[in-house]
Design a protein around this ligand. Structure first.
Ligand code: GN1
Ligand code: MG
Length: 372
């Protein structure tokens, strides 16, 4: 039996594992879809599930990731319920001996999660209706967790989405890198563009953390990674689930809104090679926010609205900064397909940031009109 099948069988009480195939294209964890023969003693147990190895370099305490999912399930069972005809929340599937994860000989953590059947994810937004559903899905998730006390959630990654911390790390990496930096190739020009881009935005990049420190924005439970391909759509195109709950933790909902918009409103997607063609599509942003506001208006405060534009701009910038730093550091965080992959990804996010900046007045006016 292959290693993966052996691992998968830790979560299958009887019968056998039929197939284990790679699933999705996450940048951090290794993810597989397992198909098992249905169990006769427990026909309710799903025969397809997601098997995932948690990247312990990134999630240094994998137990926290699993514990937060358990906390979420318990919270939803007690309250409004995370499962309905139209909405499902991924659940932890225990091992045969009732543990929430399996640790292999190498010490790696493997866990099984329910697979959301009859649904799909798309890598980029296709239509205005799709954008609306993505926004609606994010608001649904925020609503379901809005009364979950933040103190019940662990931080799964320290300083996640704290832009000033990414800047500090960038500074350290840059000091090492600059010693070896020479040349005038396309690559060197791209590197210089990125460095100047970051330099020009250093002071502003504290905007959300300052707002938090000043008491304008509060910590709430957040998803942490609600990009377009983490929002599942049912066969009728409606949002049915928000998957990938690894970064569920205390944070600002602005990180989520910014992340959702930066991934939704770039029609070319974050992996495009045509980074000079990347634009922020305001019409898609309008639909996404319409969907979001349709459910979220009762938990958004005056101050929340005030920082929405900055959030949209900041999370695109921050992701570009994270990719660029990782490129300079030798691709140690994000999985890459080639050595300049993270540089290319950084250029995409910086072009997107530029496009957001050049449409600042339109975006701000749009938010003002919609909140009325
Ligand atoms: C990572 O692994 P994945 O694709 O779910 C990253 C996100 C980034 C995203 C960009 C834990 O998510 O923050 O926005 O790549 N996740 C982590 O595609 O760093
Ligand atoms: Mg993720």
């Amino acid at each position: 039996m292959s290693t993966l099948r052996k691992l998968a069988s830790q979560f299958v009480a009887e019968g056998e594992v039929v197939a284990v195939e790679p699933l999705g294209n996450g940048n951090i964890n290794s993810t597989f879809l397992v198909t098992a023969r249905p169990e006769t003693t427990n026909p309710a147990k799903p025969s397809r599930f997601v098997l995932q190895k948690i990247n312990a370099q990134v999630f240094q305490q994998p137990e926290h990731v699993i514990q937060n999912m358990v906390v979420l399930s318990e919270h939803l069972r007690e309250g409004a319920g995370g499962q309905s005809l139209y909405w499902q929340t991924p659940q932890i599937i225990p091992t045969i001996d009732e543990h929430n994860f399996w640790q292999d000989e190498a010490g790696d953590y493997w866990r099984a999660i329910s697979f959301i059947e009859n649904s799909q994810v798309l890598e980029t937004i296709k239509t205005l209706a799709h954008a609306r559903e993505v926004g609606y899905g994010l608001a649904m998730f925020h609503r379901l967790i809005s009364d979950l006390p933040v103190k019940k959630l662990a931080n799964t990654i320290e300083d996640f989405h704290i832009t000033p911390s990414y800047l500090e790390f960038y500074g350290k990496v840059l000091r090492k890198y600059q010693a070896t930096f020479v040349g005038d190739s396309d690559q060197s020009q791209a590197i210089r563009y990125c460095m100047e881009f970051i330099e020009a935005r250093q002071a502003w990049a504290h905007v959300l953390e300052n707002a938090k420190a000043d008491g304008h924005l509060q910590l709430r439970p957040i998803h942490g990674d609600p990009k377009v391909n983490n929002i599942m759509l049912g066969t009728d195109g409606r949002a049915v689930s928000l998957i990938d709950l690894d970064t569920l933790q205390p944070g600002l909902i602005h990180y989520d809104i910014g992340d959702c918009l930066r991934s939704s409103c770039n029609r070319l997607g974050e992996e495009t090679e045509d980074w000079d063609q990347v634009v922020f599509d305001v019409a898609l942003a309008k639909s996404m926010l319409e969907g979001y506001f349709s459910l979220a208006q009762d938990f958004l405060t005056e101050q929340d609205y005030r920082y929405l534009y900055d959030a949209i701009r900041l999370i695109a910038f921050e992701l570009g900064l994270r990719f660029f730093t990782d490129y300079l550091a030798g691709n140690i965080y994000f999985t890459v397909k080639h050595p300049t992959h993270n540089l290319n990804r950084a250029l995409v996010q910086f072009k997107l940031t530029e496009s957001i900046e050049s449409q600042a007045d339109t975006i701000k006016a749009m938010i003002e009109t919609m909140r009325k």
